[in-house]
Write a protein that binds this ligand. Structure first.
Ligand code: HEC
Length: 138
């Protein structure tokens, strides 16, 4: 009986840890949700392979998107002259419209200060696609 009790205790202990691991896993391993670590972006030996992280690296790269100069991007020091990137998938259910805003913000607002990243070839088409994937994770 005692042995039985010990086994039950051990099993429930293991189950608790499995539960904790499952709970922590999305935060620890899922890409996106916040700016990637610059160490991850600058790792030449092992560059990020998933498009969401690649897009995040473009967003925070001062020579590329530098979006956080104006927008608040979770997880990184940001300027505050533009909107906070949050609930993006809800706010932009049409991916093509979000892409168009980033490609050429002056189409929606001719006097915007947001650079026309696609039209002026600041970012390539492929880079804009990756930025869109990252933005939608926020
Ligand atoms: C120089 C400042 C500046 C930079 C850099 C900038 N934006 Fe903007 N952005 C703005 C402003 C200001 C607006 C508000 C709308 C307007 O001006 O028409 C805006 C609006 C937006 C919007 C629509 C509002 C929202 O929150 O949904 C999106 C999406 C957006 N920007 C994405 C980006 C992305 C992605 C980058 C980087 C690749 C970027 N912006 C870089 C200034 C900037």
């Amino acid at each position: 009986m005692q042995k039985m009790f010990k086994i039950v205790v051990k099993i429930s202990f293991a189950a608790t840890w499995l539960g904790v691991a499952a709970f922590m896993a999305p935060a620890a391993f899922a890409a996106g949700g916040e700016a990637p670590d610059s160490k991850v972006c600058n790792d030449k030996e092992n560059p990020p392979k998933d498009v969401v992280t690649q897009g995040g690296c473009i967003v925070i790269d001062r020579t590329k998107g530098n979006c956080n100069a104006c927008h608040q991007v979770p997880g990184i020091i940001s300027g505050d002259i533009a909107t906070r990137f949050e609930s993006m998938a809800q706010r932009w259910p049409d991916k093509a419209k979000l892409r168009a805003q980033i490609f050429d913000a002056s189409k929606n607002n001719p006097i915007t200060v947001m650079p026309p990243f696609g039209k002026n070839q600041i970012l390539t088409s492929d880079e804009i696609d990756k930025v869109v994937e990252f933005i939608l994770s926020l």
